[in-house]
Every structure is written in C-alpha cells, then in structure tokens.
Ligand binder design. Structure first.
Ligand code: TYD
Length: 138
C-alpha cells in the first residue's frame, strides 16, 4: 500500500452560525479503535517532538489550534504534512518514523492512539528503524 496508507483524513464538519463542530469516531472516521488520547501543548518555538517509530501503535493527529508539521518516513520516502485546521487530521499507520516540528504559538496537537502507552513499542534508533522497514520486519 502506498506510504503504508498514511495520509490526511477529512472529518465531518457541522457548519453552524453558533460555531462549528467536528467529530471523530473510532473505526468509523479513522481506521482504528481509540485506546488512548493525549495532547501536546505549550511547545517552545523551535522544539521538535517525536523522532521515533512505533511497532504497533497507530495514531491520528489533529491540529485543534494553531499549526505544526508532521514528517513521516516509511524507510524509503519522507513526506511533510502541515496541519493547521481542526476538521482534518493525519493518519499515521504503525511502523512509520514520525517527527513533529514548526509548532506555532498556542499550537494544540490532539493525538488519538490505537494502543495504551507502552515504552516497548517505541523505536528510537533511526538506523534500526530503516533496517526493519526495508526488510519489512516492522
Ligand atoms: P514521547 O512519546 O516521547 O513524546 P514525543 O514523541 O511527543 O516527543 O513521550 C514523552 C513523555 O511522556 C515520556 O516520558 C513518556 C510519557 N508518555 C506517557 O506517559 N503516556 C503517553 O501516552 C505518552 C504519549 C507519553
């Protein structure tokens, strides 16, 4: 599958003069059941988050406020996604190297995850990630 199926997913958008509303249902709008929700905020200018891959965890990342870039790498190709609206997000399949950067002031990154927090799911060594990815072992 191209780029492991990673990409932008548009979310439902209920336009209303009282204020707009968007929604995410696990399985329905994103391709996994949501096991965990976390958010990243108060990021100082120039900081980089992530810089790792997950063996099993899948994620969906939304810029609820402000903007930031997510860089994805499948071991062969690298793509940058700019997130800056709350009505779409980036699906990050398992086994992708991922990094978040260029956070604007007041950026708020919502991350929905498919598994509970497990430090053993992380790969922090890019060379190891590339080796596993290119041998289709991740
Ligand atoms: P980490 O995943 O390394 O952050 P990032 O990839 O954005 O740089 O997590 C930072 C710290 O937070 C680390 O000590 C682990 C902890 N943490 C949890 O306890 N639970 C979680 O769900 C997450 C994502 C992180």
């Amino acid at each position: 599958m191209k780029f492991n199926g990673a990409g932008i997913i548009q979310l439902p958008k209920k336009l209303d003069r009282r204020g707009n509303l968007s929604v995410i249902e696990g399985i329905n709008h994103i391709p996994f059941k949501i096991a965990r929700t976390y958010w990243i905020y108060d990021v100082p200018g120039g900081e980089v988050r992530g810089g790792h891959a997950y063996r099993q965890n899948q994620e969906f990342i939304v810029a609820l406020s402000g903007s930031f870039d997510v860089i994805l790498d499948d071991g062969k190709e690298r793509k940058t996604y700019s997130l800056n609206r709350s009505y779409y997000g980036l699906y990050v399949p398992r086994g992708m190297w991922r990094q978040m950067q260029n956070f604007s002031t007041n950026a708020l990154a919502l991350v929905l995850a498919s598994i509970k927090f497990n430090p053993e799911d992380y790969i922090y060594d890019y060379a190891l990630f590339k080796e596993l990815a290119n041998e289709a072992r991740i």
